[in-house]
Design a protein around this ligand. Structure first.
Ligand code: NFD
Length: 352
């Protein structure tokens, strides 16, 4: 027995040392973001008021198009307390995947049948289209997305911190794997995708570096795998080119879109792909200073109107020239007639 213990001792010691080294390096990694010069801004000031205010605004449908009348009673204060509890006094790079699950049970994202719109690489355009069009609803218009959109938040695990919230700096997006706001968006995106029914759409940036469909995006890693082929009848890929670019960008059936189409086939989800959808084209036009400088913003009607105007101008000029020619010829004819008459008269005047 004693002999066995003596042989096991070095192994046990080695295991203990290995565990200490691993834990220390994990801890060091979790704090790495603090040393990065490019750490992002800190938690949004007055986040508690903004978050709860947005919650009340949303459930009372004050921004009429961006809400859902819900049968369930929503308690905005309770949602905030749950949300705060997920990150307060904690290392922002050490967030577990399920920490926001209860928040999302209290604030479920809901979209009507056939209206769910995912996006990747073009938040502003998707948000603007969804706000003006009755056809599309995005996560940022649903209750959890509306409350959190554009907010920055992270905890502070320093025991000296009074409220456990870091208002100085938070990790940049992607600075660490288990980052707290990333965990929130992952969980919200998962729930948003699970509840989608009927036709769903995804707007992708045709000019995105590395391809419109990015394998590492939240859309590719969270939303797409959580679509339910029993309730989703069609996936509409909206491939949105940058209208100010001279290049056409990626096209349906090519490059990264081909990979997306393949993945949809594998998932048993029927799809259609549209390049340059009109809603996205015109929403981009509204953001330009001189939209009419771009052919994409003039539209077919204006183009044909312009062509019509040009034809009228050319016609008018030609007509004018012909009229002047006719007048000149007529004057010349009259003059030569007069000359002939005068000649005839002089011949008729025979001297006596
Ligand atoms: P994305 P996605 N630096 O455009 N969602 O497919 C900084 F600072 O690649 C909504 O991953 O599309 N921020 C939100 C970054 C967030 C960076 C995540 C970066 N390098 C997911 N990369 C949201 N509302 O904030 C990415 N981001 C941030 C849902 C930046 O805010 C939506 O339902 C960018 O706008 C949508 O269907 C956002 O992450 C899908 O997942 C999305 O990155 C879009 O995620």
């Amino acid at each position: 027995m004693d002999g066995k213990n003596t042989t096991l001792q070095p192994v046990v010691h080695f295991c203990i040392i290995l565990c200490i080294v691993l834990l220390t390096s994990l801890e060091a990694n979790a704090h790495m973001w603090r040393r990065q010069a490019d750490a992002g801004p800190g938690t949004t000031k007055n986040i508690a008021e903004i978050f709860q205010g947005r919650c009340h605004e949303h459930i009372q449908c004050l921004q009429t198009d961006q809400c859902n009348r819900r049968p369930k009673v929503i308690n905005c204060t309770a949602i905030w307390i749950e949300f705060l509890g997920a990150f307060q006094h904690q290392n922002p790079c050490n967030t577990s995947a399920d920490v926001y699950d209860d928040v999302l049970t209290m604030a479920v994202p809901i979209t009507p049948d056939d209206q769910t719109l995912f996006w990747s690489g073009l938040l502003d355009a998707a948000l603007n289209v969804a706000r003006v069009s009755m056809q599309y609803r995005i996560l940022e218009e649903s209750l959890p997305g509306y409350m959190a959109n554009q907010l920055v938040w992270c905890g502070d695990d320093d025991p000296a911190s009074v409220d456990g919230i870091n208002y100085e700096k938070c990790p940049e997006w992607g600075a660490c794997e288990n980052e707290t706001s990333f965990r929130f968006w992952q969980a919200a995106s998962r729930e948003f995708s699970r509840q989608a029914t009927g036709k769903v759409s995804v707007a992708l940036n045709a000019h995105r570096d590395g391809g419109a469909f990015r394998n590492t995006s939240v859309f590719a890693t969270v939303e797409l795998p959580n679509l339910n082929p029993d309730t989703v009848t069609m996936v509409e890929i909206l491939l949105v080119p940058d209208i100010t670019s001279t290049e056409e960008g990626e096209k349906c059936g090519k490059g990264s879109i081909k990979e997306l189409e393949r993945r949809l086939d594998v998932a048993g989800l029927p799809w259609i792909c549209t390049y340059d959808p009109l809603e996205f084209r015109y929403i981009q036009c509204t953001t330009l200073e001189n939209p009419l400088e771009y052919k994409a913003c003039r539209g077919d009607k204006q183009e044909s109107q312009r062509a019509k105007e040009e034809t009228i101008i050319v016609g008018a000029v030609l007509g004018g020239v012909i009229l002047i020619l006719i007048i000149v010829v007529a004057i010349l004819l009259v003059q030569s007639c007069k000359r002939l008459t005068r000649l005839d008269d002089s011949q008729l005047m025979i001297p006596t």
